[in-house]
Design a protein around this ligand. Structure first.
Ligand SMILES: Cc1cc2nc3c(=O)[nH]c(=O)nc-3n(C[C@H](O)[C@H](O)[C@H](O)COP(=O)(O)OP(=O)(O)OC[C@H]3O[C@@H](n4cnc5c(N)ncnc54)[C@H](O)[C@@H]3O)c2cc1C
Ligand code: SF4
Ligand code: SF4
Ligand code: SF4
Length: 457
């Protein structure tokens, strides 16, 4: 029987609830606004199925994709409506055109996010674009299973943990199922979203929400837009994500689900066929693929997944996996909770209003200011050395802020400065000799043919 003693160990996928043969599990919202399973012990027959299908009790092992691409949908309008390269829609259209069904996330009538399905191309529009709120899975696994058993093609898209939950729930592979997840930073609380929205505007007057508007500020400085009606007039409330309180609370990791701080579906552990993401850093990796309208990173994990990619309908460039994750730590690292997260949620039901509470909770403490100041002070000499190396290297060494993993740069800069009479002949950023997650850097430096140094960090 399912009991959640530590909330970090439940992603809320509801696989347990949907699998229970006695329907004795219900998903209940906790004080933070996240759903957790609750068992009616009087009907439970102790069959153990709920535990068997739990993706957090039985996480899959990590994987390395078989192909990685930078990709852009040729359809400009669809790309502008999507968060990054518009690749989700391309994959979904393939399935719909084959008579299939697509599952994705959309806003419901109360502007909460829910997983749903569509059988039409027009129906895909509601799924386009990121919604930074945890989506309710509902009974979509059971529905997906029915479509699969009826022989329909199905594409199921969602967070990595939702895909892992689906695969555990199904308990067998289906040739007619395509699973697509995205690189996931984490999901914010539906309760915080509801409170924020209600404080800003009456939901009956709300006409649209865009959490990743690219029209105003481009793809890299995305915008948050609320469209609503006031006294018969349309009003558009738009703010760059760093100036928006809700987006700040999300991006600074204050309002994420506890499981997102200890995610067991990262490192490609969802076992999806395809993972899509923003290709951060594309401007330095493949500058020709960047026009600030959105470039997707497409990670292919299976031959079946590759078969669904319509290469003729997109501009693409194959990259290494390392190039793909270099600037996207959410692929392999969980977020760290904002220091005042617990305090924030403790005060969430107070009357003061959520916007003020977000602002107050995000204000740095004296300890945080001191830490940041000390860090800056300590890294300043290193930054000067780094700049000097780049100038002295006359562009021969390829060390820049962009093409080297940030955290390792400082460690690399010092030995390189000492040995600057040597030319760097190769840099391996992910030497996997100690394993994939325990990566190390190997730098090979050469003065002349007989003088080679290998630096392992
Ligand atoms: C909460 C969240 C966090 C993310 N974090 C990162 C990150 O750290 N790094 C990164 O590179 N990319 C992240 N992404 C993914 C990225 O923003 C794009 O969604 C992805 O690159 C696909 O873009 P696209 O242009 O191909 O398609 P889009 O049309 O933008 O993709 C939409 C897809 O996202 C799904 N979706 C949207 N919101 C939700 C939701 N709340 N729950 C479940 N599914 C949803 C839709 O069903 C659809 O499948 C995140 C997305 C979300 C929703
Ligand atoms: S043990 Fe079986 S009956 Fe009991 S809650 Fe779990 S799945 Fe349901
Ligand atoms: S992770 Fe999913 S299956 Fe496991 S307990 Fe939570 S809701 Fe149930
Ligand atoms: S970070 Fe992990 S646990 Fe959180 S929603 Fe994303 S995949 Fe699920």
């Amino acid at each position: 029987m399912m009991t959640i003693s530590d909330k970090h160990n439940c992603c809320g996928c509801s696989a347990c609830q949907q699998a229970c043969p006695k329907q004795c599990i219900s998903m209940q919202q906790d004080a933070e606004g996240f759903l957790y399973p609750q068992v009616d012990t009087s009907s439970c027959i102790d069959c153990g199925l709920c535990e068997k299908v739990c993706p957090f009790l039985h996480p899959y092992e990590s994987r390395t994709p078989i192909h990685s691409y930078a990709a852009i949908n040729n359809d400009e309008q669809v790309r502008m409506e999507s968060s990054s390269g518009g690749i989700f829609t391309l994959l979904a259209e393939q399935v719909i055109n084959d008579g299939g069904v697509v599952f994705g996330a959309r806003f419901d009538k109360n502007w909460q996010v829910t997983l749903d399905h569509t059988e039409t191309i027009d129906g895909l529009a509601a799924f386009r674009g990121s919604k930074y709120v945890q989506a309710c899975v509902g009974d979509t696994y059971a529905k997906c299973s029915k479509f699969l058993k009826a022989g329909r093609k199905v594409m199921y898209s969602g967070t990595p943990c939702q895909i892992a939950g689906l695969k555990h729930y199904l308990r067998k592979e289906y040739d007619n199922l395509l699973t697509v997840d995205f690189v996931c930073h984490g999901v914010p609380s539906p309760k915080v979203w509801e409170k924020y929205l209600h404080e800003l505007v009456e939901t009956v007057n709300l006409q649209g929400v865009l959490m990743r508007d690219k029209q105003h500020e481009g793809w890299k400085r995305f915008n948050f837009v609320l469209d609503y009606k006031k006294e018969g007039k349309m009003i558009s409330l738009s703010s760059w994500h760093q100036k928006n309180d809700y987006m700040n609370a999300f991006l600074r990791d204050m309002i994420l689900r506890p499981s997102c701080y200890a995610c067991k579906a990262k490192e490609c552990r969802s076992h999806s066929d395809i993972t899509i993401a923003d290709f951060w850093g594309i401007q330095s990796i493949r500058p020709a693929m960047d026009d600030d309208k959105g470039t997707g990173l497409v990670l292919i994990h299976t031959a079946k997944g590759k078969g669904y990619v319509p290469f003729d309908k997109m501009k693409y460039n194959e990259v290494t996996f390392e190039e793909g994750y270099r600037n996207n730590s959410a692929i392999y690292r969980s977020a760290k909770p904002w220091p005042r997260r617990t305090e924030f949620f403790r005060q969430l039901d107070n009357e003061d209003g959520v916007v003020e509470l977000i602002r107050k909770s995000l204000r740095p403490t004296a300890k945080m200011c001191l830490k940041s100041f000390t860090k800056k002070l300590l890294t300043y000499p290193i930054r000067i050395v780094r700049k000097a190396i780049f100038i002295m290297g006359e562009g021969k060494t390829e060390i820049t802020q962009r093409n080297i993993h940030k955290e390792n740069l400082n460690v690399v800069a010092i030995p390189v400065a000492i040995l600057r009479t040597y030319m760097i002949s190769s840099i391996k950023f992910r030497d996997k000799q100690k394993g994939w997650s325990q990566y190390s850097i190997t730098i090979e430096m050469q003065k002349n043919e007989n003088s080679i140094i290998k630096l392992k960090i």
